[in-house]
Design a protein around this ligand. Structure first.
Ligand code: ADP
Ligand code: ZN
Length: 431
């Protein structure tokens, strides 16, 4: 079901027309109301009236996460404080949290985009949606909550934590849709088995997972284990929260970005140059309608590419491909660039080992050392040395092929690696 058929199926020319008039309005608003933008426009010698076409976007200044931190907490707000209805903050995965404010209209727009996303995933007003993203300053919980309400579904506002109880309630309340991080979905599955509940046997049919990087291999693993369709939702608090983009049920590859509100570009993270259509690079988003904290060319640091080819679901909005990593997630090991997602794609789905893993980087005698810890599914293997060696060698060889690096593979007992209720923290860099 398409939630907002008029908006989601507009022809490209119409989308571009709306984007241009909204971009012009945005530039006028930030120039008049946000000293940071007045300065950064002036530094580039640009006035809002200079923006005559969407191609002019590339002349506008970027906004960095650091700019948000420098203006902490409210320096980038574009409306008086009495218009701000809600405050959220990023989860601070990569440093000091950034603060965002929403007006009443921003919250409505967010609910609309989150509802479009849930509908694109395949949810309907008849679903019972368990929201297991954390509620609070983190945007995940309330974002999914408002979206599910706007869709007309029944909402179970679980938040994260009390993992075993979550599975009991999922069963008792007959949840059909689950919203949480992909790593938490697996944690819920394991916790269920411990108390004799197999999520696969429950009415749950759909997952709307995001807030952290995950691979296609992981998606399939979750689908197999939980017996559901697993879809991908993307968002970030700086831009709005969950529901900036969402994969549609028909095409698992790519997430529609709600382009009447968010204008995407892909740039070369090193030079800031806009890259040609289809290239992989850093996603940059301009918020077209947000009032509280509108952002011009926000550098997300997320690595992806855009796909403008028509989608069989009928939606015309551009699709972004699965995020392969954050530019600041990239590890440089003995000079070789490594994304955790490359490691995940090798590990997940391997026979004998579970989907949980941990990456530890150390430096000894000026040499980087990469260790990958993976859980065995069957603890008895720990006693069979030769079989253990076989599993370890196989994984090590595949990692070497993909990464061009020697990796230490450590197989640990089942259920010993740390589980996460929100975003998984998989990398420990001790250098
Ligand atoms: P942060 O994690 O930066 O403190 P947020 O809580 O706002 O702040 O999280 C936003 C970030 O989460 C995104 O920039 C992106 O890196 C990651 N993220 C969100 N959804 C997805 C997704 N579906 N796939 C991969 N990464 C995602
Ligand atoms: Zn689609």
């Amino acid at each position: 079901m398409i939630f907002n058929i008029d908006k989601e199926t507009m022809p490209r020319e119409k989308i571009r027309e709306i984007q241009l008039s909204r971009l012009q309005d945005l530039c006028r608003r930030v120039y008049a109301n946000v000293p940071f933008y007045r300065r950064s426009f002036d530094e580039k010698g640009i006035k809002p009236a200079d923006v005559q076409s969407l191609d002019d976007l590339k002349f506008l200044p970027f906004t960095l996460k650091q700019d948000m931190r420098n203006n902490y907490p409210y320096g980038l707000f574009a409306v008086p404080m009495e218009m701000i209805q809600r405050i959220h903050a990023s989860s601070g995965t990569t440093g000091k949290a950034t603060v965002v404010g929403y007006t009443k209209r921003d919250i409505e727009m967010w609910a609309e985009c989150a509802a479009r996303s849930l509908a694109a995933a395949g949810a309907t007003a008849n679903d019972i949606v368990q929201v297991s993203y954390g509620y609070g300053l983190f945007t995940g919980g309330l974002g999914a909550h408002y979206g599910a309400e706007r869709l007309g579904a029944t909402v179970i506002p679980m938040s994260g934590g009390s993992t075993k109880r979550q599975v009991q309630l999922m069963r008792d309340f007959g949840a059909t849709v689950l919203c949480c991080t992909p790593s938490y979905a697996l944690h819920l599955y394991d916790a269920g088995l411990e108390i004799g509940i197999n999520i696969k046997d429950l009415p749950l049919r759909l997952g709307v997972f995001g807030a952290e990087p995950w691979t296609e291999e992981m998606r399939r693993e979750i689908e197999d284990k939980l017996g559901i369709t697993a879809t991908n939702i993307y968002g970030l608090s700086e831009i709005m929260g969950p529901g900036v983009s969402q994969s549609c049920a028909k095409e698992q590859y790519g997430m529609h970005i709600w382009e009447d509100h968010f204008l995407p570009e892909i740039i070369d993270p090193a030079t800031g140059e806009v890259l040609p259509e289809g290239s992989t690079g850093e996603l940059v988003i301009t918020t077209l309608t947000k009032q509280g904290i509108p952002l011009v060319r926000y550098r997300t640091r997320d690595i992806t590419s855009l796909n403008y080819t028509p989608c069989s679901c009928g939606r015309t909005h551009v699709r972004m491909n699965r995020i392969t990593g954050r530019s600041d997630d990239m590890l440089i090991i003995r000079g070789v660039n490594v994304f955790p997602s490359q490691i995940e794609s090798v590990l997940v789905g391997q026979p004998g080992i579970g989907p949980h893993y941990e990456i530890v980087v150390t430096r000894e005698h000026f040499t980087d050392h990469l260790q990958v810890k993976v859980e065995l599914v069957d603890a008895s293997l720990l006693e069979k040395y030769s079989e253990l060696e076989k599993v370890r060698d196989r994984i090590r060889a595949q990692l070497r092929t993909v990464l061009q690096l020697d990796v230490e593979v450590t197989l640990v007992s089942p259920n010993t690696l740390k589980r996460f209720e929100g975003k998984a923290k998989r990398v420990t860099d001790l250098r």
